[in-house]
Every structure is written in C-alpha cells, then in structure tokens.
Design a protein around this ligand. Structure first.
Ligand SMILES: *Cc1c(COP(=O)(O)O)cnc(C)c1O
Length: 362
C-alpha cells in the first residue's frame, strides 16, 4: 500500500518549509571553501552567542547525563523578574516554534479557523494545516499587517490570530498603538498570538503586559534565537496569563527544553551589554545594507528587524547565482514573493560582500 494513502490528509496538505541551507552543505554541493561562505539566510546573529551564554552552555555540557529541569524553573524565575510577571505566566519551548505548535495542540481541530497575514511567518500556516484547521490569510497592506482587515476576517470559528511584529519576511512592524488597539478589540473566543521574535531590535516595541494583567487571552512569543544568538540551542518562550500558560504546559513533552539551552538562556538574560551591542550594531548595519541596496536601484522594504526584504526581479536566479559566489540568502517564492530576496543584516564586512556580489550579478 502506498504510504500516502495511510497518512492523515492534514499531513499531506503541509506546505514544505524551505530552511536556509547549512554552510557545509552548500560548500560540498558547489565545491566552495566553507571558510569563504557567508550565510545571511536565517536571521541568525552575526556576532554569535553571548560569551557568557557560551560559557554557561559549556559548563552545562559536563552534566549531559542528567535530564534537564522539565519545568524550566530557574529560567521562568529569571524571565518573571525581567518582565515583571509571575513565573507561572511563562511557557518555555524548544524554540518559540514549539510554542506555536503547542497552541495548535491546545486549540485547533478540523473546522477551526486561524487568521494570519499573507505573507507572514510560514510556521503559522504549517501548524494550522497540521491540525486540520483552516488558514485565513489576510494580505498585508503596504507590507504591513492590515489589522482592520484581520479583525474583519475573524468569525465564530476563529480560535487563534497570529500577528508578527516585526513581521517575517517583511521586517515591518505595526505601531504599538495599532497593536494594542487590535489586541483590545479581539473577541473573547479568540487567542491573540503576538510573535515578538524581533522585538528586541525595535526602538519601542508594543507592551502587551498591561492587557495580559487585565486577563485578556493574549500571548507574546519571544526567542533566544535572534538577538541572543542561540538559534542552535532551541529556546523560546511565551508570556501570557497563568491559565493559558498552564494549558500549554499540559500539552508539551516533559523535557521539551534541553539543559544546555536553559543554562545558556539564563546567562544570556544577564548579558545586557551583549544584547545592547547587537541591537546597536544591527541598526547601523541595517542602514548600511538598505542604503547599499537602494544604491543598486533596488526596492527595499524599510525594516525594524535584523533582515531586509529586497526586490530583485528574478529572485530564484539571483539566489542561485549569489550562492555560487558563496553568499547564502533566502529566496521568497515559498512566501509567494518570487521577485524578492530576504537578506539577514550581517556585520559590515558581510554586508559589503553581499552588496559587491549583487552588483556584479545585476
Ligand atoms: C526566527 C523566528 C522565530 C523564532 O523561532 P525559534 O523557534 O525560537 O528559533 C519565531 N517567529 C518568527 C517570526 C521568526 O522569524
């Protein structure tokens, strides 16, 4: 029997996630020296992990025979202090991607609807379809979430609404006022999911905490993958009401976050110098990258994150040609934007390199 006929239809309906290719893989495939390749494809931190996080992770490795703290007790305590919330208001996940999946476990089944932007982070749609629910995709307006249209798209069947601010792949954010008004206006049967993976790169991100304290059904998602430079260790968290946090804790695996990641995340929260440096460098280097792209007469979407979306015309061809020159960026066809590339803001040297290679190819 063909395996496809045995599989749940919702699994076969999954669009394929197109991850950025690892450097070693590209080097082998194209016969390049891995040392000469730069990867600006996955919005990783060009400054690596915080040195303090790295030291803590290394220490934690020595106790690799022990199961991790399944409740992420110390990390939730520290997050609670950092955010001025209770430790019982946090859910920690194997990356914030896992928390998106936990929301699916807890809330989604056949017939349910999930409202999201188009284009928005592809994982919202993946999880929606995985649980047999319907993705209601609302086109962005001027590259930003059209919050009024998203509100109109809510029906009695809607369970979750995803708003990423800054959004991926556009890098754009709605204003804090817009986001808070939207959150306040959500009907009671809908959980508002505010993905803040890039909030630390913003000057003044929206603050959901007062609304959470009021008891609204909202969750903010954060990650250690971006500004903290710990993407490899897979740690993200949600902050929300204690009730929703308890629900999500029921549907996770007992040891969903590894001990090395927990130790690194704890230390990363203490390393404010590092995150401030990364935010500052990102702003300067993003200005450099955007200006360089505009000097090549390319349309650039103004970004508040650590990546930029740029219109190059033949996106797939340029992606391929850049890769042959040792620069890995992200093609956007899977987001329905075949004319665009998403480029992570690198160091100044990396940005110069991508600009030089692009100029040679255009
Ligand atoms: C990178 C990113 C995340 C983070 O995912 P992790 O699983 O924590 O690595 C979440 N949301 C968006 C929109 C992202 O771009």
């Amino acid at each position: 029997m063909k395996i496809e006929s045995l599989v749940k239809p919702s699994v076969l309906a999954q669009p394929v996630y197109e991850p950025g290719k690892p450097i070693e893989y590209v080097a082998r495939e194209l016969g390049l020296d891995p040392a000469g390749i730069i990867k600006l494809a996955s919005n990783e931190n060009p400054f690596g992990p915080s040195p303090r996080a790295l030291a803590a992770a290394t220490r934690a490795l020595a106790q690799g025979e022990l199961y991790p703290d399944g409740g992420c007790f110390a990390l939730r305590q520290k997050l609670a202090q950092a955010h001025g919330l209770g430790a019982d208001q946090f859910i920690v996940g194997n990356g914030s991607n896992e928390i998106i999946e936990l929301l699916g476990h807890a809330f989604l089944g056949a017939g349910d609807e999930v409202v999201m932007g188009q284009p928005a982070f592809i994982v919202y749609k993946l999880v929606t379809l995985l649980f047999g629910a319907k993705a209601v995709e609302v086109p962005l307006a001027n590259h930003r979430h059209d919050l009024a249209a998203m509100m109109r798209a809510i029906t009695p069947k809607t369970r979750l609404v995803f708003v990423a601010s800054p959004n991926n792949p556009t890098g754009t954010a709605n204003t804090a006022e817009e986001l808070l008004a939207f959150a306040r206006g959500l009907p009671e049967h809908v959980v508002g999911v505010f993905d803040e993976a890039y909030a630390e790169f913003q000057e003044s991100p929206a603050d959901l905490r007062p609304l959470i304290r009021e008891g609204r059904n909202l969750i903010g998602l954060r990650t250690f993958s971006k500004i903290h430079g710990l993407a490899s260790l897979r740690v993200g968290y949600g902050y929300t009401g204690a009730g929703l946090a308890a629900v999500l804790n029921r549907v996770r695996q007992p040891f969903n976050v590894n001990a090395i990641g927990q130790a690194a995340a704890l230390a990363a929260l203490d390393d404010r110098d590092f995150t401030e440096k990364c935010a500052r460098e990102n702003r300067a280097n993003r200005t450099q990258l955007e200006a360089g792209l505009r000097a090549l007469k390319l349309e650039v979407v103004p970004s508040e994150a650590n990546f930029v979306l740029v219109k190059v015309g033949a996106g797939a061809r340029l992606f391929d040609a850049l890769q042959r020159r040792g620069v890995i960026v992200r093609p956007m066809a899977s987001y329905g934007m075949p004319e665009w590339l998403r480029i992570t803001v690198g160091t100044k040297t990396q940005n110069e390199r991508v600009l030089v290679e692009l100029k040679a190819l255009l």
